[in-house]
Design a binder for this molecule. Sequence first.
Ligand code: ARG
Ligand code: ZN
Length: 882
Amino acid sequence: MLRTDTGQIVHLADYRPTDFVLERVDLTFELDPQATRLESRLIFHRREGVDASAPLVLDGDELVLTELRLDQNEMPASQYDLSPDQLVIRDLPGSEPFEVTVITTINPEANTQLMGLYRTNGVYCTQCEAEGFRRITYFPDRPDVLAPYTVTIIADKAANPVLLSNGNFLGGGNYDEGRHFAAWFDPFPKPSYLFALVAGDLGVVEDTFVTMSEREVALKIYVEHGKEDRAAYAMDALKRSMKWDEEVFGREYDLNIFMIVAVSDFNMGAMENKGLNVFNDKYVLADPETATDQDYANIEAIIAHEYFHNWTGNRITCRDWFQLCLKEGLTVYRDHEFSADQRSRAVKRIAEVRHLKAEQFQEDGGPLAHPVRPTAYREINNFYTTTVYEKGSEVTRMIATILGKDGFKKGMDLYFERHDGEAATVEDFVKSFEDANSVDLKQFSLWYHQAGTPLVTASGIYDAVAKTFTLSLEQMIPATPGQSTKQPMHIPLSYALIQDNGALLDAPKVSGGQVTADVLHLTEKAQVFVFENVPTRPVLSLNRGFSAPINLDFKQSTEDLVRIARHDTDLFARWQALTDLALPNLLQAAKDAREGKAITCNPVFISTLLEAAADEALEPAFRAQALALPSEADIARELGSNIDPDAIHKGRQAILKAIAESGQSVFENLFNTMKPEGAFSPDAASAGKRALRNSALGYLAYVTGGTERAAKAFADADNMTDMVQALTVLAHRFPEDAATAEALATFVKRFENNPLVLDKWFALQATIPGGDTLNRVNALMEHPLYVATNPNRVRSLVGSLAFANPTAFNRADGEGYRLLGAQVTQIDPRNPQLAARLLTAMRSWRALDASRADHARAALLEIDRTSKLSTDVRDLIERMLK
Ligand code: ARG
Ligand code: ZN
């Protein structure tokens, strides 16, 4: 039976510790596809000061209780109450430890939610975060209950030669009639959400890592048989992550084995279970023939992310789920820094900010906006959001900006020292930085508590006589659900003054507020900074490196933006200036397209962009980022209301065409010269060249010969990046062309046995611009290779349509919303998390034009009328319709 909504809301203010302290956990699993038996032995004692009458309350979900014992004696039925989601035991001993034995039977094969213990391609696997362990046994399933675990797994040997759980391997051997067993012990006290079990017939890739104190750690990556070769890059990324965490954060690995298992049915990216990370195989498997450069970069980042959780999440965990950003925001920050060190820091930052704005700024501006540290939730699964993760990372980054590199390190060290082995809070985290640096971060902490993207308005005046430059700043934080008024925040703004000759003004004297190194600290609602001894009118480059996650309203002339785009020493700021040059053209084009007027483009913008594209002093990956104009979704977000996605698309296409026509020779030259030499390598420099070359191919599709060039590029491609890019150009620009149909057919035939590549085939068709794509998507749902139960496949088709195809999804007749609504209600009973995630594609529906918004509301109301919605979907629907 599905846990349907009870409407209960959990409040941070209600937090209190458990009455009983859990000392030890001992689990024995007898695996069976339909009837797995679990004997769980839990040693508790009553917490000091807790009333002797207090009962022990254990959480449960969809469990069958077979037996219950207290200190090995069967418990009389009068001693406990059993309800679908709770087991309440009364009359327990005083301060002496006691043992509760809970025996449950579960059906992994029937578990389609992919939460708890389930089966994927014949492999047993678990996912317990956030509240999945209660689907395995009755347990105090909350992150502040930490204990060491011993786990014994018994299973049929032929079908399950591999038996894994957390911690160090204790031993194993044959059991009875064809069964064998393995025992694991994890000495590090952990909460239940970090529990994992994997069993099945898997291939393995092995390596070792010697830690900074010279301990040898066995590294094992488990994959389906035959896919071992595709785990090499993940292994390499793992070793680099382990080394980096030692060097940069001083964190050493603590068990004698670290394992990763790749599975093909997984609701999320990956999971940091202690010593036994479980991954969506999309973020493990790669080779040149089947993975794109983006895939390689994702694998590197996610392997690092989960590994880094060993300290930020596992050794120090969260007191309650309101503190989720404590581990996620911090760990995202750590993986961002890792990738920046492994690749190009500037290009990485540009990609991060693009993603932050596309996802988090959108969430923050709509009905699902919430603080980085929320105070209430109805379904915790709906709070694994871009706000908790990405904005949480930005908040950590700002602490580093404010305190400087050394101050940040001191604070992190103190945090590890103070809280190792504990379940901590955001307040504990902030306090470590305050105490280590003797500073007060009270105002800064508002970043955790106030939702909404701050808007900073800036204007500057140069006084040629006084030689001063006066900068007026004002901040405004928009109202968000449940928070109508806000206090001014501490916003660190990195800046530079660029002179006529392009040089940066060195350390100008400035007054008006706190200034550290190149950072202005905006702390008041309105503040005026005055720079002195400024010889000529400077151009201000503000929020360099995106030092604060804000919207900036700073009306700078084309001339000033060109100066930044050409001369700033911060590459991120140069990219930002190019984007700021592009935006007004794209906004005007959308307006003109809507009014049926001719579309024009500022030639200065075009020439500045082409100059950057052709500038050999700039790294190719940066040039590719510059050429990737703001997306249709970016333009929609800038417009903010009354959005017509067709007009945005049409306008943007006209601008792309204008750029392509002016820059044809630049693009031809890039296409011909940017091919990396030699055998394929996924390194950042080679990937950058491919990105730039493929960007050129995309522009060249707007001039004559585009189809032939793309078809030839497809035929010539010797790696997945080039192949997918060429196929995307064909499908998106020439969907009806015979060459496109042929290329799509060739591709699917060649990769029909590779699910991850098939996902790309579905996704690139679901993102073909225009309303006709809905018919295509409907047809693809009937395709023999479509698997409606596989989350990756569903996301690649339905998710790509809803999240990455504005013109098709927002088709004027509302068919796109109806398609999504039907998918959500169909998927919900089977897999609520997947259904809920898809539904968030409609979070900005109120910003649409009136007619589309009406259709969207109708589709939401239709879902709302469905009788048995999961808590996940119910919670979103109600917040979206409020
Ligand atoms: N902790 C995992 C990670 O970020 C993600 C778990 C997501 N869980 C969920 N219920 N959505 O590495
Ligand atoms: Zn994480």
